[in-house]
Design a protein around this ligand. Structure first.
Ligand SMILES: [Cu+2]
Length: 118
């Protein structure tokens, strides 16, 4: 008789904690997908893109600024096309696809540049 009670006393905490473990803990921590973007700049000056070739990581927003007194555009076939940029105007494009993207000024096609996305 005494043995049975003592056994019950021994196992009672386990039974109670066993029940306690059944409380469902909900994980409310949400993982935020932070996309790290770094800004990279290309200037248009003296009929040239500077830097002429720019390497960026995927997700990078590249901003072109026209520093020439002449109007320019930034056009990459099948990818983007800026409006006519007057002096001081900017154009931005975010590169999400890996690859090499050649672009030109549509008004002066001899002005060429390249963005490499790695
Ligand atoms: Cu131009």
């Amino acid at each position: 008789m005494f043995k049975k009670i003592s056994l019950l006393l021994v196992f009672l905490p386990f039974i109670l904690t066993g029940c306690g473990n059944q409380t469902i803990t909900t994980n409310t921590t949400t993982t935020s997908n932070t996309i790290t973007t770094s800004s990279n700049s290309v200037t248009i000056q003296n009929f040239a893109f500077t830097p002429q070739e720019l390497t960026v990581t995927a997700g990078t927003t590249v901003t072109w600024t026209n520093n020439d007194n002449m109007i320019h555009t930034i056009v990459s076939q099948n990818l983007f096309e800026s409006k006519i940029l007057n002096k001081g105007d900017k154009f931005s494009f975010t590169f999400t696809t890996l690859g090499e993207f050649d672009y030109i000024c549509d008004i002066h096609p001899s002005i060429k540049g390249k963005i490499i996305v790695k």
